[in-house]
Design a protein around this ligand. Structure first.
Ligand SMILES: Cc1ncc(COP(=O)(O)O)c(C=O)c1O
Length: 372
């Protein structure tokens, strides 16, 4: 059986008539920028999060960069994050003009180790960006304590985790601000690029909105140096419809993850993803660890089972960060994770039969290996 890594068509098909109607009404009015659907989506997302404000943006990278900028972070400042995240997390730090500082992940986890973060702090550190990688909440209590102790901002990277809960609270509502990506395959995905930032600090949200709209509050008067990073009206209309389905889609992802957990249990060589106590993950991707993951990936891909790598090369070893002087071995937990991670097919409408087919293929892989 062929199993796709993600099947957006299957997920979105039932909603297409409603989305097409919404598109038609945007097209009739031709308010493609800042149409009423943008405000309506922001209001809906504000209510979903239970925060004071949301500013929709053109993508998640700009959400992070503009939020840092709005916090007054820029040249001469340092921001700490993990090296096993998507490149945009660190890219946003230098887009804001600040320097990225990588700290290792916690042993056995995929998220920022508070002790490692404290070790790399300097007098120039201004913020921490915890990443709720794969939809699994980071260690927020410890990170918030650390931030308070050192008077730092915490900007949550919720790109992969919208709807996940950390000890009952939605991720994205714990730090000083949160940034979201609506890249099409994200848990809440747009028909194209999209993003948002959210905060209980309405002045911060207002400042990001200004930055994203050429530094102005009103037409023709530019108060600060900004850019253009607005969410299109068409995408806002579509995202409003999809937001109503996010919790159900996340429930389906959790169900799929639970079945993977059960069916992969017999394979001791495989480390299944762990969710911290009292947390609820939303499984943007379901990532196992295995020391010979490239062999397993090849085996699965040859049998029509598509897998992914999130991410094969830690950011501190990317050519662009050579100037940081961080050699291989300097952040061993994240490096080991990058060598071992393998993302299995995961999307809301994946069927139990498909998950079974993936796990059976994993079983066949180990059978074949045993015979060698
Ligand atoms: C963890 C993480 N942060 C940030 C981003 C950036 O989002 P975008 O692709 O919308 O710019 C992504 C998505 O690629 C991501 O996965």
């Amino acid at each position: 059986m062929n199993v796709p890594f993600v099947d957006l068509h299957r997920q979105l098909e039932p909603l297409l008539p409603e989305i097409q109607d919404a598109f038609n009404s945007v097209i009739e009015r031709c308010a493609f920028i800042n149409g009423p659907e943008v405000k309506a989506f922001e209001k809906k997302m504000t209510e979903y999060l239970g925060l004071a404000g949301v500013c929709s943006l053109s993508n998640g990278t700009h959400a992070l960069a503009l939020t840092l900028q709005a916090l007054g972070i820029g040249p001469g400042d340092e921001v700490i994050t993990v090296p096993n995240t998507a490149f945009p997390t660190s890219e946003a730090i230098h887009l804001a003009g600040a320097e990225v500082v990588f700290a290792d992940t916690a042993p056995g986890a995929f998220s920022l180790d508070p002790a490692a973060a404290e070790q790399v702090m300097t007098s120039r550190t201004r913020a921490i960006i915890p990443v709720h990688l794969y939809g699994i909440p980071a260690d927020m209590d410890a990170l918030m304590d650390l931030a308070e102790k050192h008077r730092l901002f915490v900007v949550e990277d919720v790109a992969q985790a919208q709807g996940a809960r950390y000890r009952g609270r939605l991720v994205g509502t714990i730090g000083h601000a949160a940034c979201f990506s609506f890249f099409p395959s994200k848990n809440l995905g747009a028909f194209g690029d999209g993003g948002a930032m959210a905060s209980d600090d309405t002045e911060l949200v207002k400042k990001v909105r200004m930055l994203a709209s050429h530094g102005r509050e009103e037409k023709y008067t530019h108060l600060i140096k900004g850019t253009n990073s607005r969410l299109d009206t068409l995408k806002a209309a579509q995202l409003s419809i999809c937001l109503d389905h996010l919790d159900e889609w996340n429930r389906q992802r959790r169900q799929a993850a639970a079945l993977y957990d059960e069916l992969l249990q017999p394979y001791e060589e495989i480390i299944r993803p762990r969710v911290p106590q009292a947390c609820e993950a939303v499984w943007h991707v379901y990532v196992i660890r295995y020391t010979r993951r490239d062999k397993l990936a090849d085996f699965l891909n040859q049998r029509g089972i598509k897998t992914g790598l999130h991410y094969p090369l830690p950011l501190h070893l990317q050519p662009v960060y050579g100037y940081l002087g961080l050699a291989a071995g300097s952040l061993p937990e994240a490096e080991a994770a990058c060598q071992q991670v393998l993302s299995l097919p995961m999307f809301p409408s994946i069927t139990p039969a498909e998950i079974q087919a993936v796990c059976e293929a994993v079983g066949q892989f180990f059978e074949t290996e045993k015979k060698k």
